[in-house]
Structure formats: structure tokens, C-alpha cells
Design a protein around this ligand. Structure first.
Ligand code: SAM
Length: 364
């Protein structure tokens, strides 16, 4: 562990221990996750570590689709352009823009069609990095720290919903508990307390079961649904519909950490130094938006969506290394099947290009 990383961990741990004490000795996991990822200046997304990149040697922790291939943004731009046209809007809003790679690809592809590109970014450190990446588009790119009261345009978010804090639930001997964090022997430790909370679907069987519920991501969708005056929204992430999410066999949940391009299941180790994430329950996301008045436009695997938007033709014209990188986005055993695109629209439906074949909205 380098000295910067260890000082981050000790500062985040100190903050968390204070919060555990203030909360009477037990902190629900969603509060823990919020501190470990977003505590100002210290949390994983708020500190200055590199995070996004394709090579472990660069000091990065994981690769996202916009980092892997510019074709991701170029092909998403086909759908965004269509959505801008159909909804009569002229702006893109991106949530959690990471290094700025997706914004750069969209701005380059959409050209003067795009009047304004606003990034909703919680992290001051990432805002600085995005400002450097997007220097050529300084006249059109703006940043805000939170969602405004009303917005119009096409919203995009890649791997944002999976980074929102979750609650952990454990069924032990048929009794449901909420898992939180306590102090044991001077160390952060797990502690479960009985709860009335339940997953949206009771997993069948009587075996012990560990899972997550996503109240913050669903609250985020409700807020977006209430504030999107005109336009559409596209979110890309890994996850499943709820019947699959809460399947009896998925008894270990989906909570995972990423550091140095390695995955590990222990979020209590080295808080602030690694990403903490869970899969997305796309049914919960769709229902939250719909109940707040924003219906689903489409839901498809990332592979199908990108093929519908023309990635195949672009790959034919690309160099071999570019083809290999783009292949990872669509291949079923890589990102093509696990990652999904879900979209919402305000106003009349249209036959969106990304969902023209293989729409799976009926599985939600
Ligand atoms: C896994 S990273 C993805 C970054 C980038 N979109 C990419 O694909 O490389 C998750 C991002 O979501 C952001 N995020 C999480 N919750 C957010 C929220 N409520 N509003 C805006 N951004 C959020 C984090 O700050 C972080 O930048």
C-alpha cells in the first residue's frame, strides 16, 4: 500500500469510526458505503486516485466501456441524436462522468447538434479531470453538483446506478436482518440486526440468503422522473430484472469491490481505496421511474443495443486493436449480456433505434 493510499484509508476509517460511535455503535451499510465512496475529499470517488483506465500499471482500478473503446460513445451518439430529434431538445446531461471519456466521444460525434453538455458530478477531483479532458469543448460543457429543479434534454449515465449506496439484507434461519458496521476489537466488523425490511421478491427456499436493496438508486430515479420536463434518459449498467436478481440461487448477493483491476468481496478493508458496487435491479429502477410518471422506452442487453445502433458496421472500418476492444463491449461472455441499457422518455413513444430488435422490457 503506498503512503497516499494508507493515509486515505486511515482518514476515512477515522471518519467512519466517529460515525459508528455517533450512531450508537451500529451504522447501516448504506451510510458506510456513502462515506467510503463519497466523503468529501476522502471517499473513493472524492479523492484524487486514478480509478478509471484499462491498464493496472497506470494505477487505475477498473475499465468502463467509454475507457475501453471510443466506439461506445460514437455508437451511443446515434441513439442520443435520435432522442434529441424526437424530443425536440438540444442538451445532454451526463451523471457521474468519470474521466470524461464518454462526454468527449459524444461531443465529438454530435458536433453542433449539441448546444450544451452538462455534467452532474459529485466529486471535485473528477470535475477537474473532466475539465482537462474536455478543454476543447469548454464553451459548451458545464458542471453542476446536484440535479437542478427542472431539466430538459437527453440524460445519460454509464455505471452510475451501481455506485449508489445500498442496504444489505441477510436471511438467517428464516429471520431477516439488516447488515451494518460496528467496531469489534478496534476493527470495523459486520453486525446484523433484525429488520422489517424485505427484498421486493422473497427468495424461495429456506436457506440463508444475503442480498441488497437499492432505495437510493430508486429515489434518484423518482427525482429524475419528477424533474425531467422534456427529453429522455439512458442508463447503462450491469444487473438483471428482479426475478433474476432475487433468485433463490443468488444467495451471496452481488456486493463487490474493485482495486488494481482485481475484484474482492470485502468493503470493510481499505475504505476509500477501492470501488464498492452492486448490480442494478432494473425492475426496481423501471418501477420507481414509472410510478413517478416516467415510462420505460426500452430495455436491452448492451450487446444488442450497440448492434442495433450500428457498432458492427463501425467495427468493420476500425483497426484490429479497435475491433478487439469493441468486441468486448458486445461479446456475450464479456459485457454484451450482463450489461443492459434501460431508457425512459417524456412525451410520445417512438421506436428507438437501440431497442428496435431484442427489446426485453417485458422481462422487467
Ligand atoms: C463507476 S463510476 C463511472 C464513471 C463513468 N460514467 C464511466 O463510465 O467511466 C461511477 C460514477 O457515478 C458517480 N455518481 C454516483 N452517484 C451519483 C449521483 N447521485 N449523481 C451523479 N453522479 C453520481 C460517481 O461519482 C462516479 O463518478
Amino acid at each position: 500500500m503506498d503512503s497516499h493510499a494508507s493515509s486515505v484509508t486511515s482518514a476515512v476509517r477515522k471518519l467512519i469510526l466517529e460515525q459508528v460511535a455517533r450512531a450508537g455503535g451500529w451504522l447501516p451499510f448504506d451510510r458506510y458505503m456513502a462515506l467510503a465512496l463519497y466523503a468529501p475529499g476522502l471517499g473513493y470517488y472524492a479523492n484524487t486516485s486514478r480509478k478509471f483506465g484499462t491498464m493496472p500499471g497506470s494505477g487505475s482500478d477498473f475499465a468502463t466501456a467509454p475507457e475501453m473503446s471510443p466506439l461506445f460513445g460514437q455508437v451511443l451518439a446515434v441513439q442520443v441524436e435520435e432522442a434529441l430529434r424526437h424530443t425536440g431538445t438540444h442538451e445532454v446531461w451526463e451523471f457521474g462522468a468519470g474521466s470524461g471519456a464518454l462526454a468527449l466521444a459524444l461531443l465529438q460525434a454530435l458536433g453542433s447538434r449539441l448546444q450544451r453538455y452538462t455534467i452532474v458530478e459529485l466529486s471535485a477531483a473528477l470535475r477537474e479531470r473532466q475539465r482537462e479532458t474536455l478543454a476543447d469543448f469548454a464553451d459548451r460543457v458545464h458542471w453542476v453538483g446536484e440535479l437542478p429543479d427542472t431539466l430538459s434534454g437527453v440524460v445519460v449515465g454509464n455505471e452510475v446506478l451501481d455506485a449508489m449506496p445500498v442496504k444489505l439484507l441477510v436471511r438467517k434461519n428464516l429471520v431477516w436482518h439488516e447488515r451494518g458496521v460496528t467496531l469489534g476489537g478496534g476493527q470495523l466488523a459486520w453486525a446484523d440486526v433484525p429488520t422489517h425490511l424485505r427484498p421486493p421478491v422473497e427468495p424461495s427456499g429456506t436457506h440463508d440468503y444475503f442480498t441488497e436493496i437499492h432505495h437510493q438508486a430508486e429515489a434518484f430515479m423518482r427525482t429524475l422522473a419528477e424533474r425531467l420536463a422534456a427529453g429522455a434518459a439512458f442508463f447503462i449498467d450491469y444487473g438483471f430484472p428482479e426475478a433474476e436478481y432475487y433468485h433463490a440461487q443468488r444467495h451471496m448477493g452481488t456486493l463487490m469491490c474493485h482495486r488494481g483491476h482485481m475484484a474482492d468481496p470485502d468493503p470493510l478493508d481499505a475504505p476509500g481505496e477501492k470501488d464498492i458496487t452492486t448490480h442494478v435491479n432494473f425492475t426496481g429502477i423501471a418501477v420507481a421511474a414509472q410510478e413517478a410518471g416516467l415510462p420505460t422506452l426500452g430495455y436491452a442487453t448492451q450487446g444488442r443495443f450497440l448492434v442495433n445502433c450500428g457498432i458492427g458496421e463501425r467495427m468493420e472500418a476500425a483497426s484490429l486493436p479497435e475491433q478487439a476492444a469493441a468486441q468486448r463491449l458486445v461479446a456475450e461472455h464479456e459485457m454484451g449480456e450482463l450489461f443492459k441499457v434501460i431508457a425512459f422518455q417524456r412525451g410520445p413513444f417512438w421506436d428507438a433505434i437501440g431497442f428496435r430488435h431484442g427489446d426485453r422490457t417485458h422481462t422487467l
